[in-house]
Design a protein around this ligand. Sequence first.
Ligand code: AMP
Ligand code: ZN
Length: 448
Amino acid sequence: MLKIYNTADKKLEEFKPLGEIVKIYTCGPTVYDFQHIGNYAAYIYWDLLVRTLKADGYKVRRVLNFTDVGHLVSDADEGEDKFEKTSRREGKSVDEIAKFYGDDFMRNFRALQLVEPDVVARATDYIEDDKRAVDTMTAGGFTYETADGVYYDTSKFPGYAEFAKLDLDGLKAGARVGFSDEKRNVSDFAVWKFIQPGEKHAMRWDYLGRPGYPGWHLECSVIIDKELGSPIDIHTGGIDHIPIHHTNEIAQTYAMTGRELSKYWMHCDFITIEGEKISKSLGNVYSLSDLAERGFSPMDFKMWVLAGHYQGTRNFTFDSLEAAKQRRLNWRNRIALCYQREIANNNEAMMKIVDAVNNNLGSPEAFAIIDTSELMMEDWEKVDELFGLNLIADTPDVSEDVKRMIFERQVARDNKDFARSDEIRDELKRRGVTVEDTPSGPIWQYLI
Ligand code: AMP
Ligand code: ZN
């Protein structure tokens, strides 16, 4: 039985699906730059959610979006468009930027063995749907037009502040002095932005008689409605999305359909790096390639992520990543042992592991059980399926050649020909294998 912490109600709840197929939506990357390891941590947690549901026998339909338009530097409809900025910096078109970084993201997604979403929805493929959604919200009296766009009037949605427990009066008081645009309420947000005469904005679509582009929050409500149909079962994202982005998604879906957006909401906390927040100015915006350069594979990083809980603040250090790498090597060598020795069946351990992840994605507890339980090959297969760690694929049985060398080394030792046995041991090391002598004979292990 799956239990998850529902951010909407702020409590741990038993998961009860709405229908035959569990509908999941994950707010995806803004594809204007390389994603950093903090971003990937989020997708690793949601991958565990999907895998846990599958292990429980549910059918899942999952949608992930790519924001390839209209995401301003600030979440609150201000600043420059991230794509325009990158396009200028790199001397490439906005389409090229979105394609390049989108492809890079999917490559890493696969390298991390994350289950592919059923739909990867690019925001720019939904512009006509966006316009229709704005029409519907306007017909329902939820919007108003200003000189720079169509805004959602948040006072028209009575539950606006509920989801994030927003303090709207406080927000108002804290709003910048000189807050003098045409917004009626401080929390109102653009569902469509107009491009001003003379403003450079490559991505533009005609709507309401002028060029413009959708507000950032709109795509998620629109994609969910089209690809999944609201309400969905589970909506996931980072905690940064609670006060603005997800609050606005909920408001839009209400104005578009009169329905709730999602029954369950799951949010992961942020990771820091060596105690600092991830930021360009600190030079700690590590990508997976940066980790690879230091000798860590995507699977080592995944081990590091899942060793912690999605709701905890995680502090990344290279020492802890090294520990995760060693733990994975240890697990792989226990798989290697399965090729060499009979391991007794231990149904109980596997049941405990599945129970741990069913308890609000308790991967740290599950990992602790794996560390301390005897597991046979069939169990490791299940571990791989549940966490997508590629353990077995990365741990093939050694070749016949190596097996012969291990045998020859044993013969040399029996004959007290230690020079020869050392020579063979060194050659095995060069091939990444070490041999340990135990009372029941030699056992080989992987060194890397
Ligand atoms: P973005 O591409 O900026 O929209 O971010 C993609 C996802 O990564 C969002 O769900 C963010 O909440 C998440 N995210 C961003 N920074 C971090 C971080 N330091 N730790 C964990 N998740 C993050
Ligand atoms: Zn979203």
